[in-house]
Ligand binder design. Structure first.
Ligand code: ADP
Ligand code: MG
Length: 736
């Protein structure tokens, strides 16, 4: 809830303005117009603390703040006052409608708009109304949202409840201005049907347990510990006109056919490359839109694959970070249209080049400013840090399956353990410095020193020598310690970051709880904590891996260590409902068994539906576009062959003849593969929804899709480009 500060200060003869904390002259201000603009627009569309302070009576503001900061229940008696202030503020800014904005299990956000107008009075006049009740609670018909059997279709009622820890905001688009109220979404019986409810529950769990750890180390000031999250969002941009020519991009969000162009990403010239003008102006508008929404868009760059980019905000509380990431995804898509572009958030829009992920940076921060994951200069002496680290290693080791599951979505099957990194095996990268401390503790029982970073000599007299970090980075690790946070790199680019954070918060809460239970009862705390750290590190050392996670050697090594290697979404889903998972989640009130079972059900269904759409799209494209194009080509070839032969019997027509044979052979391969895909997709589609159906789609339909793609992609390399029915990979990723 940061607010840009921009205030004019007149300072004698040299008038100055204070822009974002920098004092500059008025003349300088002209040059800094862009920065001034940021200061002015940042948070402009957010009903944040500054606005509330301005517009709410003091006592009401105080109560709101208490709810937001201490997590105490919202006093319903103030709801009307807050709603009134929110309505006035929104209407002043042009809002006509409000919506409860929520995150059902569809992976995208949902909203139903209501206008502020009341029923006309007897003279036909309307007024603008918005009550506390409307702010706090909504009742959208829930029957068409996935519930995984939690609710029969006839039990339609669902509730949305205001999450006042995430500020309301105004969305400006073609519809006009809409007041969006972030809400949780539950069934009639209170079961979670969304991403936010379990996230908030898991934040409560880690808060309580982390505070116990802090208290053990004598911290009596902290009142709250909150997970901080910074997600790095990757995406592709393609030209909208070309996008519209590809049914696979339209229906599936990824290409289902497509031969590699002569150039891919092998030169690595796109990564961090200069940003082209068209993309640059897009990024600028994305940033501005996000800043207005209070999203701290900070870093942007070109990614590894051609046409791939990244955007990262400054980290925030987990709950806000999750909401903001949804806004980032929405904004990336919306703004793309205005620039004649389409933003692809799919994990693998193009085979053969890098896919997109979302690095989820996670740490724990107390309200008195301590980052529990900060090792300090001398980690070997930082007992609290070592205990926290030991607990995290234990949590990740024991619940690797849950963490892996949290990153499972259909698109991510193309990345994790398949065509590209990160691998599907969960391991933790700690880096040299920490590994050395752990080695010392495990071998001698004492850690006496911490490795220091040296000085990096550049070898150029005019360049400064650089301080070297004590630890290098490891890009191949799925769960890497990066100085004062862990970076979970498995999450898919289109997926919500709520599930991985629910898992992280809850599994670490469990490890903290077990540690605190023991340590609070210990007679000699110092000895007990020392022994516990050693024990934790020894016991869970197998999860640490600092080497190359992309190598086959690691797959073998991980198997020896007994680490799970879960290669697909359908194999990952059962982790949700194991005895271990149910016990964990029920103990911390994050999910009931029924909620877990429903989520597993929703995921199996989602898997089947997505693969079914992909298969049917391939069938459509193969039948109506590719095969007719190839037939046209063979007809041209045959006509040319006959024509040349007639005109000049002694001319060499072997090229036409060979091409005709080759193309016709592949065409017939394609027809066989198509018939097979049609048959298998129909059979799977007729099965009852659930686990068995999802496995059938995975085991039968996916390979049948591959089998159809192979001859089609080979044909694309032969057939006259003029006749090929849609833009090629080269057209899509190199000509944006
Ligand atoms: P990279 O890992 O790509 O070098 P950074 O480490 O600077 O980039 O940051 C990546 C993301 O991690 C950003 O969103 C940043 O705000 C976030 N981040 C930085 N520190 C923390 C922290 N202590 N906890 C959570 N996220 C953090
Ligand atoms: Mg990073």
């Amino acid at each position: 809830m940061r607010e840009g500060t921009f205030s004019a200060v007149t300072d004698g003869d040299a008038p100055q303005v204070d822009v974002l904390g920098i004092k500059i002259s008025r003349r300088g201000k002209e040059f800094m117009s862009e920065m001034v603009k940021i200061a002015e627009i940042f948070g402009k569309n957010v009903f944040n603390e500054v606005v509330m302070k301005e517009r709410l009576p003091k006592s009401v503001f105080k109560k709101m703040k208490k709810t937001m900061e201490d997590g105490v229940e919202l006093d319903p008696s103030i709801a009307d006052v807050v709603a009134h202030a929110m309505k006035e503020w929104a209407i002043e800014r042009g809002a006509t409608h409000y919506t409860h904005w929520f995150q059902p299990l569809t992976g995208v956000t949902a909203e139903k708009h209501d206008s502020f107008i009341s029923a006309p009075d007897t003279e036909g006049r309307v007024i603008m109304e918005f009550s506390g009740k409307e702010l706090i609670k909504g009742e959208p018909d829930a029957s068409s949202f996935p519930s995984g059997g939690l609710r029969a279709t006839f039990e339609a009622r669902g509730y949305t409840a205001w999450d006042c820890t995430s500020p309301a905001f105004l969305r400006e688009d073609a519809i006009g201005v809409t007041l969006c109220i972030p809400t949780a979404f539950c069934s009639y019986k209170g079961e979670a049907l969304d991403q936010k409810t379990p996230l908030l529950r898991s934040m409560q769990a880690i808060d309580g347990q982390a505070l116990r750890i802090l208290r053990l180390f004598g911290n009596t000031r902290a009142k709250r510990v909150c997970p901080s999250v910074g997600p790095e969002q990757e995406y592709f941009l393609v030209d909208r006109a070309k996008y519209l020519q590809r049914k696979d991009l339209i229906y599936a969000g990824r290409t289902l056919f497509g031969a590699m162009p002569p150039k891919g990403q092998e030169l690595e010239d796109h990564y961090f490359g200069a940003i082209r003008e068209r993309i640059g102006s897009y990024m600028k508008e994305v940033n501005e839109e996000l800043w207005k929404l209070g999203v701290t868009a900070k870093t942007q760059h070109n990614e590894v694959a051609p046409a791939q980019h990244e955007l990262a905000p400054i980290y925030d509380q987990a709950n806000l970070a999750v909401d903001h990431n949804q806004m980032v995804m929405e904004t990336l898509k919306k703004v793309a249209g205005r620039h004649g572009l389409t933003c692809l958030l799919h994990e693998k829009p193009f085979a053969g080049v890098n896919g997109s992920g979302k690095h989820n940076n996670w740490s724990l921060t107390s309200d008195d400013g301590v980052n529990l994951l900060s090792p300090g200069e001398t980690p070997h002496e930082n007992i609290q840090f070592l205990l926290v680290l030991g607990c995290i290693l234990k949590a990740v080791d024991i619940h690797a399956d849950l963490l892996r599951e949290s990153a499972a979505d259909v698109g991510n099957d193309h990345r994790l353990g398949a065509n590209e990194a990160p691998p599907a095996i969960i391991s933790v990268f700690l880096g040299e410095q920490l590994e050395d401390v752990i080695d010392q503790l495990c071998s001698t029982g004492e850690a006496t020193h911490s490795k220091k970073g040296g000085t990096l000599r550049t070898g150029v007299a005019t360049l400064p020598d650089l301080d070297q970090d004590a630890t290098d980075r490891n890009r191949t690790s799925p769960f890497a310690f990066t100085g004062n946070k862990f970076e979970f790199r498995m999450v898919g680019s289109s997926d919500s970051i709520a599930p991985p954070n629910v898992v992280l918060n809850t599994i670490v809460a469990e490890a903290f709880k077990e540690a605190a239970d023991e340590l609070e009862a210990a007679e000699d705390f110092d000895t007990a904590v020392h022994d516990m750290i050693k024990h934790l590190l020894k016991e869970h050392k197998r999860i640490i891996f600092n080497g190359n996670g992309y190598s086959n050697a690691w797959v073998e090594e991980a198997e020896k260590r007994g680490l799970p290697n879960i290669r697909s979404m359908v194999e990952a889903i059962p982790a949700l409902t194991t005895k271990k998972a149910v016990k964990l989640y029920e103990e911390f009130g994050v999910f009931t068994r029924a909620e877990l079972e429903s989520r597993a059900e929703v995921e199996y269904e989602a898997y089947s539906k997505v693969i079914n759409i992909e298969a049917r799209t391939m069938i459509d494209m193969a039948s109506k576009q590719i095969i007719p194009a190839v037939i046209r080509y063979t007809t041209h070839l045959a006509a040319s062959l006959n024509g040349v032969k007639t005109a000049c019997p002694e001319a060499d027509t072997s090229v036409q003849a060979e091409l005709l044979v080759e193309t016709s052979d592949m065409l017939s391969d394609m027809k066989v593969a198509l018939a097979n895909l049609i048959d298998i997709t129909e059979k799977c589609g007729a099965m009852e929804a659930g686990m068995i159906q999802a496995h059938a789609y995975h085991d039968k339909v996916v390979p049948a899709m591959e089998a159809l793609r192979t001859p089609a992609d080979r044909l694309e390399m032969i057939v006259d480009k003029e006749l090929w029915p849609f833009p090629s990979y080269g057209d899509l990723i190199f000509e944006v």
